[in-house]
Design a protein around this ligand. Structure first.
Ligand code: DAH
Length: 358
């Protein structure tokens, strides 16, 4: 049998000299593969007598293990180097200016959220956020949903496996749980809007299982329904850029507000096309009301001292109306041609003073 110490130096030397992963694999196959050097030697064991075979077998196995260990070690080094090289090659300097020859586009949903937030920020609202995966308490119970309320039924809520502590988890069906998170963690006065993704098991021409809403919440000692009305009239006129846009508040029901209202804005449907403005017809855009005392109390806020209003509005529909986007489902198809057509210039950041859109 050949000199195993020299063979060991040679094989491990080849492994350590491998400069990349394919070269390492070659070195591995040359030593340990079906026709590799060590495998060849293993095949000669049968020609030895019992004692010599036992000794040579042990030595070959030790050599095999040593080479395999060297391969493994080298692999870790080379894979790390590969990753470093890729990270260096794909480095993005976020401080560089936009490249005008390769313009990206802001999705109309992001643009619409930015516009809505700009309007509410001007009125003194801060932005609040909450998780997409919520527990039953924040999404329903603290919002005064009675047991058996239709919104809790399986057909439109996405349920997730229970958490380790037994909490029942859902994909939030509205942004209203952010009201709860805010009231639990902050003391009044509170004035927030919460834009974000929401989920319901629904898919047709006018519904997608994931959609967006923006929630508003004001809590203090003096706010009343008149403030709610003024705030939403101001918002709708600024958003749709129609100064005499009429709004109509219709009595409605939500578990978490009392009294509750739905808000319609003026429109026309002449020729099968919806046009926003003072044209005699009505289109519903949001739900609102005075925060129910049970909701305040669930969050540890004294409902005999504090009151406030809340509202919740979908984002896709106002975006479609404002920007003439005819089909809801196209929002989420990630079609670059669509995004180029309906998207917005990245540095055109909505601002109430300088204009929401150009
Ligand atoms: N969460 C309601 C929904 O998804 C919308 C809503 C209605 C939110 C009234 C509110 C509100 O804050 O006051 O249908």
């Amino acid at each position: 049998m050949e000199d195993l110490a020299a063979l060991r130096d040679e094989l491990i030397g080849a492994v350590e000299a491998a400069g990349d992963l394919p070269a390492l694999d070659q070195a591995r196959v040359a030593a340990l593969g079906r026709k590799g050097r060590i495998t060849d030697l293993m095949k000669t064991l049968g020609t030895l007598d019992a004692e010599a075979r036992r000794r040579a077998g042990q030595e070959l196995n030790a050599l095999k293990d040593a080479v395999a260990a060297a391969v493994e070690q080298r692999q870790v080094v080379l894979a790390g180097r590969d990753l470093d090289r890729r990270l260096a090659a794909e480095r993005v300097d976020l401080t560089l200016p936009v490249r005008p020859e390769r313009p990206g586009r802001i999705h109309p949903i992001s643009q619409t959220i930015d516009e809505m937030v700009a309007i509410f920020a001007e009125m003194g609202f801060a932005v609040a956020e909450g998780p997409d995966v919520e527990d039953d308490w924040h999404n329903f119970e603290a919002l005064n949903f009675p047991p058996g309320h239709p919104a809790r039924e399986m057909q439109d809520t996405f349920y997730l496996p229970d958490r380790a502590d037994g909490a029942r988890m859902v994909l939030r069906t509205h942004t209203s749980p952010v009201q709860i998170r805010t009231m639990v963690s902050q003391k009044p006065p509170i004035r927030i809007v919460a834009p974000g993704r929401t989920y319901r098991s629904d898919y047709d021409m006018t519904h997608t299982p994931m959609f967006h809403q923006i929630e508003g919440l004001v809590v203090d000692e003096t706010t009343h329904m008149g403030h709610l009305k003024g705030c939403l009239v101001e918002f709708a006129r600024a958003f749709f850029q129609v100064d005499d846009l009429p709004l109509r508040f219709r009595p409605s029901f939500f578990p978490f507000t009392e009294p509750s209202a739905e808000v319609d804005i003026g429109c026309s449907r002449a020729g099968g096309e919806i046009k926003i403005g003072n044209h005699g017809d009505w289109l519903e855009i949001l739900g609102c009301g005075m925060v129910h005392p049970n909701v305040l109390e669930a969050c540890g806020i004294d409902s005999t001292r504090y009151q406030g209003f809340a509202f919740g509005m979908g984002i896709e529909r106002p975006a479609m109306l404002k920007y003439g986007i005819p089909d809801l489902r196209t929002f989420f198809e990630s079609d670059l041609r669509w995004l180029k057509h309906y998207g917005f210039v990245p540095l055109d950041i909505p601002n109430v003073a300088f204009g929401l859109t150009s």
